[in-house]
Design a protein around this ligand. Structure first.
Ligand SMILES: [Zn+2]
Length: 320
């Protein structure tokens, strides 16, 4: 393993059983990339090398190389919330923000005519599940899944929500069960976004809706640096490509703050379940121009003053 990866793992405190390798583009399968940012925030007030690359074919922006699944499972089960919040229990303000974002999401979709009657909701990467509250109050049923035991237990025990502790890739879901699947931000964290999306599609009824939120790119640009926590950076184009690839027809895509102002920089896509197309359909879509231009993304990062490499004002030695 390259020394910068070893340094990173030591900093995080997970070294046993971890391997790393370069992976292909998760959207189009392409194997050629350009690096758009090298240095990211690795927590505990430090920056370190963990490259973010763009696929030269479709522009998809993702962390590459990647560690094996064991690393990510250990990270989210044990380290993630404590690194973020210093505690494995959520703060009250965090929960009330989740509940409020759920209410605003419900209204945003209802006002656009998409929530005609109560159905069954699946919230993937739900954290404590607060986003589900507004739906359940209005007669919806549902299930929230998250690998974080501390937050899931809080949602179950204190809020009475129907949640289970499980990695997104291991969700045990009935086929044709759900009317609405929401993944707000979590698709940028999961180990295997494609497997997660195929599980969601299989679990959805004909005509069901999928709501995706990407926020890592906008959040990074707003804060001036990217985080080691995000495996991928969704854009309007890549959200739509992933939707199409997994059998969803994009209905609308927007960067309007559908869930309120507390997570600025987000981009959202709502899709309706259709048949999963042949891979050629996605490739043709990319060739027709539904793609991100790596150079345009680099310019966007530069305009936002994002730390793309070991800039002199950054503590790139923080991995020591
Ligand atoms: Zn690609």
């Amino acid at each position: 393993m390259e020394s910068f990866l070893v340094d990173y793992l030591r900093h995080i405190g997970i070294t046993e059983g971890v391997t790393a390798s370069a992976v292909d583009c998760e959207v189009c399968g392409g194997a050629e990339f350009v690096t758009v940012a090298d240095i990211v925030d690795i927590g505990k007030d430090a920056f370190g090398k963990l490259p973010i690359q763009c696929c030269t074919a479709c522009g998809f922006m993702m962390q590459n190389p990647r560690f094996n699944r064991h690393f990510y499972t250990t990270f989210y089960n044990t380290y993630y919330r404590t690194l973020l919040f210093g505690s494995s229990e959520p703060e009250k303000a965090f929960i009330s923000d989740q509940v409020r974002r759920g209410e605003l999401l419900y209204r945003s979709l209802a006002e656009r005519g998409y929530l005609k009657e109560p159905g069954k909701l699946l919230d993937v990467g739900c954290s404590a599940g607060g986003l589900m509250v507004s739906f359940l109050r209005r007669g919806w049923t549902g299930l929230g899944t998250d690998p974080d035991i501390g937050f899931v237990n809080h949602g179950k025990d204190r809020l009475g929500l129907p949640l289970v502790v499980v990695d997104a890739e291991d969700m045990d879901l009935q086929a044709d069960e759900y009317d609405l699947v929401v993944i707000t931000g979590s698709l940028e964290h999961v180990y295997d976004a494609n497997h997660t999306l195929s599980l969601c599609r299989r679990a959805s009824r004909p005509g069901a809706l999928l709501f995706l939120e990407g926020r890592a790119l906008g959040q990074g640009i707003l804060s001036g640096h990217f985080s080691h926590n995000h495996r991928r950076y969704l854009t309007a184009s890549s959200l739509e490509l992933l939707m199409v690839k997994h059998g969803w027809e994009p209905l609308f895509t927007t960067d309007a703050p559908l869930c309120g102002p507390t997570r600025p920089g987000g981009v959202y896509c709502l899709g309706r379940a259709v048949d999963v197309p042949a891979p050629e359909v996605v490739r043709a879509l990319i060739r027709s121009g539904k793609r991100d231009d790596p150079r345009a993304l680099q310019e966007r990062l530069a305009a936002g003053g994002v730390a793309v490499d070991a800039a002199p004002n950054r503590d790139a030695q923080g991995v020591a």
